[in-house]
Design a protein around this ligand. Structure first.
Ligand code: GLC
Ligand code: CA
Length: 609
């Protein structure tokens, strides 16, 4: 396999003539959810000092970049995604000095740090919003304020400016007594949407971003950034507002309609992203930006991430993690590898020539893949299916993301009672769907929460087998803010660190491959088989160098699809052990399996062709 000089991809691997060799083309990003990573002072909430104390672990894993979920000052309505001061650290996480120390220590280990940027909305406790509540203030127009419907009593049901519902339940409009008007919030009522139509808002955001970049961070993960531009008519009406250009449209089963079609990938998004790039990044180097992009499809991804268009380096698309959900997030649809393949294929093919992909299955909003799509009911299958999904993510073309604990094969929380959940989305959805609208039974909702609830990804990091999993001191006075998964006794970093067969060691090999193989970092991606119900197979090609990745994404024995067999039979020799680059079982087993035309449950193999 071609080895790679970290700083220079071969010409054939360039994504686009416009920006050759972006450093993040062979980087791996590690996401930290600070609240759940490492507590340093026994209050049960992870913090910055805790993260700094674990940097050697992150360096050992070999990743290049840390994405830090929000640590800014916040009332913590949505665990920090509701920011009340962008230029202050929330005391629960530490101080600005702790942040500087984390940056310095990470950089000393060659690890970059990108921060979450949450600018679709602020907290309602942000000074900007507080000022905006006064219609005479110069920030009066910084948020989406609208009067109550004519003839209706403000604050009463039906008086809202339109029928939009919030993604976190209830109306997307909240009445403010002081201003005597409603404000828009796509998320919780403590997360009012900023009005990006107003140039003063944009300037304030760019100033803040420049302030952080100057402080030494290496870029941003931009929260729901593709929702900042909304459809407005020439007179400033939002869709569904009385007198506006777009009429009312029918409400869904819970009495609301989604703002999604009008607020995702909206009319001015390209303009805003280009402006941001110009105002903050154009004069800088060495950074990376990734935008969270619900509602953006593979084709638009190509445009936004094409370096020639000067918008963002990459986006998180979500179609592939929605394959097991129905019309509502809380409808369970059985995992089907054909649907996953269809989505990933669309994403990969769209950026074949231009643009770039981000690769992930897990984050702080998405439940643990090993429980969601894999099998965590036995130790052997848990480890093997965790490796299989790791192989799937890391061997595609793009930049892979590892969510804290994924590298250990951490599982879902397996909560059975509502009071074990902390996430406002889960709690609101339960109230609304089970108690108010009565569209889902208690049993079925609890099942959906156990599968899709965001807290599944938010239980404390499992460092060791001690009482609180090493997340906090076993003799601390406080308790973890959310309960530790009891399986930390078996599944933890200490147990896996030196074990060459562990999920952790497997992830280290995946990271290593991306660093050292130009083929993995940049080779063209091509699907081998289009319709098998268990086996997902693709090749990567760079010049004469070629590898096959073949994965049985099922818990049952599988036959190799004919197209895979044909690829393997191309040489005169049988599949040799030394051709196996990586296996979720071991090279001897996988060489034999391929020769016999089969794969064991969750067996994944990378073969040098
Ligand atoms: C993003 C974040 C999520 C948050 C939401 C609102 O989707 O990842 O955690 O709740 O935006 O900020
Ligand atoms: Ca703490």
């Amino acid at each position: 396999m071609t080895t790679l000089n970290r700083s220079a991809l071969p010409d054939s691997a360039r994504t686009n003539g416009a920006t050759p060799n972006p450093w993040w083309a062979n980087a791996v990003v590690y996401q930290i959810y600070p609240r759940s990573f490492q507590d340093s002072n026994g209050d049960g909430i992870g913090d910055l000092k805790g993260i700094t104390s674990r940097l050697d672990y992150i360096a050992d894993l070999g990743v290049d970049v840390i994405w830090l979920s929000p640590v800014y000052q916040s009332p913590q309505d949505d665990n920090g995604y509701d920011i009340s001061d962008y230029q202050a650290i929330d005391p629960i996480f530490g101080t600005m000095a702790d942040m500087d120390e984390l940056l310095e220590q990470a950089h000393a280990r060659g690890i970059k740090v990108i921060m979450d940027l949450v600018v679709n909305h602020t907290s309602d406790e942000h000074a900007w919003f507080q000022e905006s509540r006064d219609p005479d203030s110069d920030k009066a127009d910084w948020y989406w304020w609208r009067p109550a419907r004519e003839g209706k009593t403000p604050g009463e049901p039906g008086a809202e400016p339109n029928q939009w519902g919030s993604y976190f339940g209830g109306s997307a409009w909240q009445y403010d007594e002081q201003r005597g008007e409603y404000f828009l919030h796509q998320y919780s009522k403590k997360q009012p949407d900023l009005n990006w139509e107003n140039p003063a808002v944009r300037k304030a955001v760019y100033d803040m971003m420049n302030w952080w970049m100057d402080r030494g961070i290496d870029g941003f993960r931009m929260d729901v950034i593709t929702q900042i531009s909304k459809v407005v008519d020439a007179d400033g009406h939002l869709p569904g507002e009385p007198g506006g250009a777009i009429d009312d449209y029918p409400a869904g089963e819970e009495g609301y309609s989604s703002p999604y079609p009008f607020c995702s990938d909206g009319p001015r998004i390209d303009e805003f992203l280009k402006e941001m790039r110009r105002e903050v990044f154009e004069k800088r180097g060495g950074y990376m930006n990734v935008g969270e992009a619900p509602g953006v499809d593979a084709v638009r991804n190509e445009f936004i991430t094409d370096p020639a268009n000067k918008e963002l380096d990459m986006l998180f698309l979500f179609d592939h993690v929605g394959i097991d959900q129905g019309d509502s997030k809380w409808d369970i649809v059985k995992f089907d590898v054909r649907h996953l393949r269809e989505q990933l294929k669309a994403q990969q093919e769209a950026v074949h020539d231009r643009g770039w992909a981000s690769l992930f299955t897990c984050n702080h909003d998405q439940p643990r893949v090993v429980t969601r799509w894999g099998d965590d009911t036995s130790e052997e299958m848990r480890a093997r299916s965790a490796k299989a999904f790791g192989m799937l993510v890391h061997l595609h073309r793009g930049t892979p993301y590892v969510y804290q604990g994924e590298e250990l094969g951490m599982t879902g929380a397996h909560f059975t009672k509502l009071d074990q959940y902390r996430d406002l989305e889960s709690i609101n959805a339960y109230r609304q769907r089970v108690e108010e609208a009565k569209v889902q039974s208690k049993e079925s909702m609890m099942e959906a929460l156990a599968l899709f609830g965001r807290d599944n990804a938010r239980t404390p990091m499992q460092w060791d087998g001690s009482k609180y999993a090493g997340f906090m001191a076993a003799d601390a006075k406080g308790e973890p803010w959310i309960s530790v998964n009891p399986n930390h006794v078996e599944i933890n970093a200490a147990a896996q660190f030196d074990d060459p067969d562990s999920v952790y060691s497997f992830y280290k090999r995946l990271v290593n491959l991306r660093h050292n193989s130009a083929l993995v970092a940049a080779g063209a991606w091509e699907l081998v088989d289009d319709d098998d119900e268990k086996v997902y197979a693709f090749t990567r090609t760079l010049g004469d160098d070629r590898m096959l990745v073949v994965l049985n994404l099922s818990g049952k024995h599988a036959e190799l699809p004919k197209s895979v067999e044909r690829l393997l039979e191309r040489g005169a020799h049988a599949v040799r052990e030394e051709d196996i680059v990586l296996s979720t079982i071991d090279a001897i087993h996988s060489a034999k399996a391929l020769e016999n035309g089969e794969l064991a449950a969750w067996e994944g193999v990378v073969v040098q062709l």
